[in-house]
Design a protein around this ligand. Structure first.
Ligand code: HEC
Length: 392
């Protein structure tokens, strides 16, 4: 099915397939089947007509809650994958997520120690040739994302739409421009969740490119997952029937998928364990103080090769907001009149220059050769969250 599709696309001259773009399209995309209209119920049989793709999700460790039980549970294997199908009509795009879950957890009426099962998708505000991908953890300052979140409520589904520009910067869209519903299948022990949205909504078009970047998140209430505590995929792509496949965008996104793009993980590890551990904690090498920089334990599962290349060679290209800078205080300085100590600057991941420009605390590693960068990325891609970090 997929091979036939590629032939059609190549035959139409819309994209020059090479080994990298073939490998990228094969592993990172799900093709939206054309439909007269997109069903809004998860059980609709039309969904089964669309091809399915399985995408890995990994537990997010960059966020640390003050919750011992949840922290322990997060160390155990999560769902592992979500299966995604997509349907596109002339005016709408819909995706159906399916994932196995042994128990159904519903939004609690009053028990504040219970959490609901939930699912979300995010889509960059701008995408297509000439645009990098935003930080997958809810976007970044320059590139916000649209976020569609649904949680199972005792009656129906609680659905919200947000614009996010990094952790802690969620703005709810007052009038939801999407339809969402999720249903638990008691027999198969799995969730089905649909997200249906017009291709055009105010301020956001999905037709900017035929490849719509999308990341998927699922929450397991039984593991006390909530908020930033979730299982997240890397950016994947929904391939729309129209417009024609964007060759320049495919070429950009598929760096790292051709044999030889990435180097030797052993060499990369040697560099990382000398240079990068000054700030980042790596499996088995946790000398940096937690919070100085994002943990990289599962970076390989949530970041694409091109994102990693840009993160290393141009840290100012993507600036991630510190997850929890206010958790650290500097007692070296005097407290303010309310007795509060200033935030410890070391835990801010960026610095605001006098002119207002925000720069990353990570130095640009321009001294590395392209081979060394390839080695580093080959190593980072092996970090998929399965190698246990040491407890904090
Ligand atoms: C001086 C401290 C420092 C050093 C040394 C450092 N980094 Fe970073 N790094 C940071 C900070 C702070 C951030 C978050 C801010 C940003 O996005 O630039 C970051 C972000 C990253 C990200 C993005 C993380 C994500 O979750 O998306 C990657 C990848 C990364 N660094 C890789 C490396 C590699 C590889 C090295 C070694 C070659 C390295 N870093 C060395 C401080 C550092």
């Amino acid at each position: 099915m997929r091979a036939a599709l590629l032939l059609v696309l190549v035959g139409a001259g819309s994209a020059r397939a090479g080994p990298a773009s073939d490998a990228f399209l094969e592993s990172e995309t799900v093709t939206a089947s054309p439909a007269q209209s997109v069903p809004t119920t998860p059980g609709d049989p039309l969904w089964m007509k669309a091809p399915v793709a399985s995408f890995r999700v990994s537990a997010q460790r960059s966020v640390r809650l003050n919750d011992k039980r949840a922290n322990e549970l997060l160390g155990q294997p999560g769902f592992g994958e979500v299966r995604v199908r997509a349907l596109a009509s002339a005016t709408e795009l819909g995706v159906l997520l399916t994932w196995n879950d042994a128990s159904r957890n519903v939004l609690p009426a009053d028990d504040t120690n219970a959490y609901p099962d939930a699912a979300a998708i995010e889509i960059p505000s701008v995408f297509g040739a000439g645009h990098r991908l935003p930080y997958v953890g809810m976007g970044d300052v320059e590139l916000p994302v649209r976020l569609y979140l649904q949680r199972k409520a005792p009656k129906g589904t609680q659905a919200n739409e947000y614009v996010a520009a990094g952790f802690g910067s969620l703005t709810r869209v007052p009038r939801i421009q999407a339809t969402m519903a999720m249903e638990y299948d008691e027999q198969l022990k799995l969730w089905r969740a649909v997200f249906v949205r017009p291709l055009q909504v105010e301020g956001h078009a999905l037709t900017q490119s035929s490849l719509v970047p999308m990341a998927f998140a699922v929450w397991d209430g039984a593991r006390s997952e909530r908020g930033g505590y979730k299982q997240l995929s890397a950016w994947r792509f929904v391939l729309l029937p129209r417009p024609a496949l964007d060759a320049a965008y495919v070429k950009y996104l598929s760096w790292g998928y051709a044999p030889g793009d990435l180097g030797d993980p052993a060499k990369g590890r040697a560099i990382a364990e000398t240079v990068c551990i000054a700030c980042h904690r790596l499996p088995g090498k946790t000398v940096a103080s937690p919070g100085i920089a994002p943990d990289l334990f599962d970076i390989g599962a949530i970041a694409s090769p091109i994102y990693l290349r840009e993160s290393i060679t141009n840290p100012n290209g993507v600036i991630i907001h510190a997850v929890n800078p206010n958790a650290h205080y500097s007692k070296a300085s005097p407290p303010d009149k309310n007795g509060a100590y200033p935030n410890a600057d070391a835990y801010q991941w960026s610095t605001t220059l006098p002119g207002g420009k925000i720069v990353s605390k990570m130095p640009p590693f321009t001294m590395f050769t392209p081979e060394q960068v390839g080695d580093l990325i080959a190593y980072l891609k092996t970090l998929d969250g399965t190698k246990e970090p040491e407890p904090r």
